[in-house]
Ligand binder design. Structure first.
Ligand code: TEU
Ligand code: CA
Length: 589
């Protein structure tokens, strides 16, 4: 991996602070808790930590609503705890990046407080303020019909200064006006330099595509029938001006000579691979990004809660995945990330496979193979390495804490959503709520899975922690955890194939095998054709057994090649090289 930048081959690990490790028994994860787990991350084979927001925040959106970039949310720790974490990570040979949330601040940030204080405030222009419109009956109306990501209008009326302000997310998250040069300077100073000066290795950059807005704030075209509010993304995602803002930000990073900092953006739901190439191609302002298209797999245009039928299809998963894998083709001179989970999504085992007690282990390993053999910078989300699942279906709405979920539930109850029944809403919440990815990390078999010594953890611990935990799995050769350790080693050993190789999906057609088995080649992209190494990956996304011959026939056509001609590198059923794929088995040849 000699000539590659460190962040291309790094194994990333995403830590969601409130649910990772609680050191002082208040039921909430914290920074000292993370420091105590660094040896664990090292033993897993992690090289890079992405830390969720730890800044001061009233927590309307779990810290994605920041009231001061230069201080720390007290339950998590202090600035000196963060400094200790940076230094300890480095001592363990780990890089660490923070979450940069600068599309919006909290409504309690002093910038917004000043901005809202009066129309003539020097900081008025730091946010987006617009006068009200008036409807045909003389009633006050928002400046346009844009819908907030979390439902309802994207505008909130401010009684005191008598104008509306824009909030693409919650009303407690007003959008910053990036067109204002003073604001940009303040962001770079407080949110970026303050932490780069303390040694952080870069940032995961939140909602990086939506800083620039069409200042005309035109109404969005109607795409959701019978809805007062519409998707305005066309007017605020991936605008030309956004690339210019990011160039300026890149300049700030580049002023830190010799540091090899990384900028990993979070794309918007509408960012296509084509647009992503502009962000992270060799001329682009970012190094790579997280696309959202696998997170959005179940949803329809109407909303994240109105789901497709069926909600999961293997062909769509692999279709989307292979399209983004092309970003790593050498001629693209671009790059991507590989991930299936984060704090905004339900657990992948529960979404794509079978999370029952008998199948979840095999399922977790299958998905580990998909990730470990895919090109790009890989990110494991905490708990994924032990096969954590979504919340049990029996749990009621009182176990859900995310404001996005609760706002939706309330809206349906009040008949304000897009016509779903409360029953439908609940079933949808049980599938796709962000809460599923936020239950506490399962460390051992003690009360609350060793996450906290408090009687009450801030979120309820999943009941399967007796088996799904780090302590029980550590050292057990059959466990999901040990499998991850092994498969990450394989990934690094054959990095030209798995980390930077070309991804070639094999079309198995629709029908019995094609609907439940995924097959692809990974090919090294050496200059010299004859040196090319390649691997064949076979994934059984079903409980049914699969006859390998049927699969290989489709892969090789008339070439009459069988498993005897292939060399087994990995199987999720140790050593299985038989003619039959077991339930949820994955193999790499
Ligand atoms: O997410 C951006 C975003 O638009 C979505 O991920 C959205 O929150 C999700 O699809 C709704 O289900 C980032 C953060 O990852 C997320 O946690 C924050 O809520 C959001 O920005 C606002 O800062
Ligand atoms: Ca704590």
């Amino acid at each position: 991996t000699a000539n590659l930048p460190w962040w291309k081959t790094a194994v990333g690990y995403h830590i969601y602070i409130p649910s990772f490790s609680d050191s002082n028994g208040d039921g909430i994860g914290d920074i000292p808790g993370i420091i105590s787990r660094l040896p664990y991350l090292q033993s897993l084979g992690v090289d890079l930590i992405w830390l969720s927001p730890f800044y001061s925040s009233p927590q309307y959106d779990m810290g994605y609503d920041i009231s001061d970039y230069k201080s720390v949310h007290p339950p998590y720790g202090t600035v000196s705890d963060i400094q200790r974490l940076i230094d300890a990570a480095h001592q363990h040979g780990l890089k660490i990046i923070f979450d940069l949330v600068v599309n919006h601040t909290s409504h309690l940030h002093e910038w917004f407080q000043a901005s809202r204080s009066s129309k003539s405030s020097p900081k008025r222009g730091w946010y987006h303020w617009r006068p009200a419109k008036v409807d045909e009956y003389g009633n006050r109306k928002p400046p346009n019909n844009w819908m907030s990501v979390f439902g309802g209008s994207a505008w909130e009326w401010d009684d005191e200064s008598e104008e509306y302000y824009l909030h693409i997310y919650l009303k407690e998250q007003p959008d910053l006006n990036w067109e204002n040069g003073e604001l940009r300077k303040a962001v770079f100073e407080d949110a970026v330099r303050f932490w780069l000066d303390r040694g952080v290795d870069g940032f995961r950059i939140d909602t990086v595509c939506i800083y620039a807005k069409d200042a005309g704030f035109p109404d969005a075209e109607v795409s959701i029938p019978n809805s007062e509010f519409q998707l305005g993304r066309k007017y605020y995602a991936d605008l030309e001006r956004n690339f210019e803002y990011l160039e300026e930000m890149r300049g700030v990073f580049e002023s830190y000579e010799g540091r090899e900092l990384v900028m990993i953006g979070e794309y918007s739901g509408s960012t296509t691979p084509e647009v992503a190439r502009r962000y992270c191609g060799d001329q682009g302002p970012l190094d790579c990004g997280f696309h959202k298209q696998l997170l959005d797999l179940e949803r329809t245009e109407v909303s994240k809660w109105v789901l497709r039928e069926p909600s999961f299809e293997l062909n769509r998963l692999l279709g989307v995945h292979s399209e983004w894998q092309k970003m790593a083709d050498r001629e693209e001179k671009a790059w991507t990330t590989v991930y299936l989970e984060n704090h905004d999504v339900a657990r992948s085992i529960s979404r794509f496979t079978d999370d029952s007690a008998e199948m979840r282990g095999a399922s977790a390993k299958l998905l580990a193979v998909l990730m470990a053999t895919s090109s790009g910078t890989l990110f494991i989300y905490q708990g994924q390495e032990i096969g954590m699942t979504s919340m049990p279906k029996e749990w009621g709405i009182e176990e859900y804490k995310d404001n996005e979920t609760l706002k939706y539930y309330e809206a349906v109850k009040e008949g304000k959503a897009s016509g779903e029944s409360l029953e439908y809403a609940l079933s949808s919440i049980k599938k796709v709520a962000r809460d599923h990815g936020r239950t506490p990390m399962q460390w051992d078999t003690s009360v609350n899975a060793g996450f906290t010594t408090a009687v009450k953890s801030w979120m309820r611990v999943n009941e399967n922690y007796g088996e799904v935990n780090v302590e029980v799995q550590n050292g057990d050769g059959d466990s999901v955890l040990e499998f991850w350790k092994d498969v990450l080693k394989v990934r690094k050993r054959y990095w030209e194939v798995f980390i930077t190789g070309r991804f070639e999906l094999v079309d198995l057609g629709v029908g019995k095998v094609g609907d439940r088995v995924g097959v692809y080649w990974k090919c090294a992209q050496e200059e010299n054709e004859s040196e090319k190494k390649k691997a064949l990956v076979v994934l059984n996304f079903s409980k049914e057994k699969v006859v390998m011959e049927e699969v290989l026939e489709k892969v090789f056509g008339d070439e009459e090649r069988g498993i005897d001609d292939l060399e087994l590198l990995v199987s999720t059923y140790p050593g299985n090289d038989s003619g039959t794929l077991e339930a949820y088995e994955a193999r790499v040849y």
